[in-house]
Design a protein around this ligand. Structure first.
Ligand SMILES: *Cc1c(COP(=O)(O)O)cnc(C)c1O
Length: 343
């Protein structure tokens, strides 16, 4: 048995999704003439109650465009020290926007209003970089799929308004957060100046992200996307996959979350595990007891057909997704349990 729990990006399109892609109506999206892309952008903008949306080949490009929209070179943004925009976007914040990051040590990737308040540089103190943007991530990736408390987000919004700061949400896994909290996308749309969402994570699309913002913001974003090389032609084949996923795959996220919590319970009882971080969505982060080496463990699991990754500092990660079958899940649970009795 081969089980890939490295990331929720390893999925392949479902049969229904492939059929939707095959039969998509397409055009040249660089001329804004792809009906499937236009429909996706309109549908998701309406879902979030935001004015407009723009389709991107990656979440990274959508985030980088948002940062470019809200900042000028030399300015500073505030984010958690685990942020994807800081860790996993190749230094794009400085490369693309000439902006520095003020990193806060949040709670599993989540920062709060009082921490942010302390990190805002006084607007009239010209010695420091001017703070212009706050960027949040929900759910948090490196934070282990943690979900924000919406009340805290509202406090952060008030603070941003007081200080004239833009507020961006890296919502690559916002679909997972919404599944847990049952909040409405419109509540998010009312708070953030821009939101990026991914279709290539839990929703199971091969490619695709959207940036949501005001009409004015998206008009500017269109130019930045071009500059970043993200203008695509018949991308309606990809947009059709995203539309299909929103309709048919969103509800399945619940199953990913349930299985992640089942994996966590087995790990919790294992004699080789020192600690399992709280599981709120589809990401399980755990640490081995000091006598077990991470790389040895990964190799041992690989030999048993189970793939996972190390996050550094003794942490390992499992991510559940829609291509992880019931049979595979039972196999992983049994294998972890057996490993326990053998050791
Ligand atoms: C996956 C992810 C992204 C986008 O990644 P791409 O691989 O560029 O699509 C952005 N933010 C977070 C938190 C993510 O998990």
């Amino acid at each position: 048995m081969q089980v890939n729990l490295i990331s929720d990006t390893v999925t392949k399109p479902s049969k229904g999704m492939l059929e939707a892609m095959f039969s998509a109506a397409v055009g040249d999206d660089v001329f804004k003439e792809d009906p499937s892309v236009n429909a996706l952008e309109e549908e998701v903008a309406a879902l979030f109650g935001m004015e407009a949306a723009l389709f991107f080949p990656s979440g990274t490009m959508a985030n980088q465009t948002a940062i470019k929209l809200h900042t000028q070179p030399g300015e500073q943004l505030i984010c958690d020290h685990y942020s994807h925009i800081y860790h996993y976007e190749g230094g794009g914040v400085s490369f693309n926007s000439g902006v520095s990051c003020r990193l806060l040590e949040g709670d599993r990737g989540r920062i709060n209003a009082s921490q942010i308040a302390e990190a805002i540089n006084p607007a009239d103190f010209y010695h420091s970089p001017k703070t212009t943007l706050v960027s949040l991530e929900n759910t948090t990736n490196k934070g282990g799929g943690a979900v924000y408390d919406f009340k805290e987000i509202l406090k952060i919004k008030t603070l941003c308004e007081e200080h004239h700061l833009a507020l961006h949400l890296d919502g690559a896994r916002l679909w997972n957060a919404l599944e847990v909290t049952k909040e409405q996308p419109k509540e998010y749309g009312a708070v953030f100046d821009s939101i990026s969402v991914c279709f290539s994570k839990g929703l199971g699309c091969p490619v695709g992200s959207l940036l949501l913002s005001s009409k004015e913001g998206i008009n500017k974003a269109l130019r930045f996307r071009k500059v970043f090389g993200g203008g695509m032609r018949q991308s309606g084949y990809l947009a059709a996959a995203a539309r299909y996923a929103l309709k048919h795959h969103r509800k399945d996220l619940r199953k990913d979350h349930l299985r992640a919590s089942e994996l966590a319970s087995v790990l919790q009882q294992s004699n080789f595990v020192a600690r399992v971080e709280p599981v709120e969505t589809n990401i399980v982060i755990f640490a081995l007891k000091s006598e077990f080496g991470e790389q040895d463990f990964i190799q041992r699991m690989k030999a048993l057909g189970i793939l996972m990754i190390a996050l550094g500092r003794g942490k390992l990660r499992l991510v559940t997704h829609r291509d992880y079958t019931d049979e595979q899940h039972q196999y992983v649970l049994t294998t972890l349990t057996k490993l326990n009795t053998n050791d």
